[in-house]
Design a protein around this ligand. Sequence first.
Ligand SMILES: [Zn+2]
Length: 238
Amino acid sequence: MAVNAAVDYCITNHLQTSSIITDSRSVLLALANVNTNSEISIIKNKIRNYNGTIHLFWIKAHVGFAGNEKADEYAKEATRKPDVDIAIQYNTLFVKNIMKKEILAEWQRRSDDSSKGREVFSILPQVKTSRVQGDFYLNQLLTGHGALAKYQARFFGKESSCQCGHPIEDRSHLIFDCPQWHTIRKKYFPPCFRDSDIILLIKKTFELTLVQPSERMQWDSSHYLHPKPLRWLNCRAV
Ligand SMILES: [Zn+2]
């Protein structure tokens, strides 16, 4: 780290009062921070224990300060060297970020290649940690799992028909057709919902619950769908 090297220079040459000018705001902020990594702590201790005075200043990068431009030039030149002079350890935050990106990429690869969970994949093809949530009813519509009779028949050998008499109770039937939900559909769905794609319908519901978590209403057993009017674009009036 350049600041570390500059501090070493001041100490080695016994400079009584010196000024180190850097364009690295992150290093200065880290030096001012109580919780710092090992290399920053080393610099802090050197400055603290030194008999002379070392001032630290920040300047804007790439605006023509001769010394700063020269330092950049040397830094660039150093990147072209075949060997490194000093190996600097990655800090924890950097490693965490790399790991997070790698984990997400691997999750995406597995999701793309998998033959399972295709109902969710058809709605949400991109993996994301931010939308993980525990909404019992919404999750059943997203996955097609849970209380839906089609799922109960597949996994537990139960009857696949709906209480209304339709032979298959799946999410498409509940959202678009089941007469049991007629009142709720009429109250909360846009007039043109039958022309809408089921994926879009669930997506809109899902986005709404994410965008306005504070306004989310409590679900109860009479509500399979979000009890709030959905905002629809290109919706035809009846
Ligand atoms: Zn039904």
